[in-house]
Design a protein around this ligand. Structure first.
Ligand code: CUA
Length: 327
């Protein structure tokens, strides 16, 4: 086979394999090359910056790798003796100026674009106080706890009003470890660092958005996810007022059981911790409070800052499991 034909065949093969490999990744939805589809103005801007930077880095990648492959083929040794010396070249002022100036211009363009986008990512848009809701988000081993302005609480499920600015206070508790609050559709990651409060926000249409803990925080880090349910304002108001009232107690208890206890326990068999079915502690208000507030052995103090109402809610739900094993 003449070498020109062989070269073309090889190049075609390499290109096709590369295309196949990247197509799989690109098709893999959110697991592909692109970030999740943004549903909040700050997330849009993060996406814009990603694409802007991606265009330059993509082009540079193709040029560098393409030149590398072309040079490897073009200047291969072939039949020349191993000791043959290549031409000795020194200095190419024009080239050197070009490869200095172009990267400087690219970096300046990227820097300018990112700084232009940054305020719209970091700062929530100005809104009338009536159109603003602040929800506090606490990272715990291994659950997310949400506190609403009226004092209502939910676990692993944040309910928020649609199409208005929702401010998020990401709280790290003194007695806990680092977590990272991340709702890919609604913006960037915000660390929950013990002793600190970080601030972010979103403004999203109605929908369910997946939230993740993005910081390795212990044995059940992988289960530390949540959902952000963005609902019409009236539905949000109803949720927080029901949750605050006695009518929401059992629901809160159920969420606590699922979000806190079940991360490590099952009723009928040992999981991370011992089986809980039939344990009289599940109906013992005082005993369970001591356990939640202080932890025990491997178990972290999952409820050390819980209100009395939260403990009542848990007992109201778990007392059914205190007798007779698996429920
Ligand atoms: Cu919390 Cu990982």
């Amino acid at each position: 086979m003449p070498s020109a034909v062989r070269r073309t065949a090889l190049a075609t093969l390499v290109t096709s394999l590369a295309a196949l490999a990247t197509a799989t990744a690109a098709l893999a939805g959110n697991g592909g090359f692109l970030p999740a589809e943004p549903h909040s103005p700050n997330a849009h801007r993060i996406n814009d910056a990603f694409i802007f930077v991606g265009i330059f880095t993509g082009i540079i990648f193709l040029i560098v790798e393409g030149a590398l492959i072309a040079f490897v083929i073009k200047y291969r040794r072939g039949k020349r003796p191993a000791t043959a010396e290549g031409p000795q070249i020194h200095g190419a002022t024009r080239l050197e100026i070009i490869w200095t100036v172009i990267p400087v211009l690219i970096l300046a363009a990227i820097g300018a674009f990112v700084f232009y986008k940054l305020p719209g990512i970091a700062n929530a848009p100005k809104a009338a106080a009536a159109d603003e809701t602040t929800i506090s988000i606490e990272g715990h081993q291994f659950y997310w706890l949400f506190r609403y302005p009226n004092g209502a609480i939910s676990i692993d499920r944040m309910v928020a009003p649609a199409n208005e600015v929702v401010k998020e206070d990401v709280v790290g508790l003194d007695r806990d470890v680092n977590h990272s609050w991340w709702v890919p559709d609604l913006g960037g990651k915000f660390d929950a660092i013990p002793g600190r409060v970080n601030h972010t926000w979103f403004e999203a249409p109605v929908g369910d958005y997946v939230a993740r803990c993005a910081e390795l925080c212990g044995i059940q880090h992988a289960l530390m996810d949540a959902v952000v349910q963005v609902v019409p304002r009236a539905q949000y108001d109803q949720f927080v007022s029901t949750r605050k009232s006695g009518a929401g107690t059992l629901n809160l208890g159920h969420e606590e059981w699922q979000g806190v206890c079940e991360k490590c326990h099952r009723l009928d068999h040992k999981y991370i911790g011992p089986a809980l079915g039939g344990n009289p502690l599940l109906a013992d208000r005082k005993g369970i409070e001591t356990l939640l507030r202080n932890g025990q052995g491997q178990m972290p103090a999952v409820g050390y800052n819980w209100t009395g109402h939260q403990i009542d809610a848990l007992i109201a739900y778990t007392k059914q499991f205190a007798k007779g094993g698996a429920g």
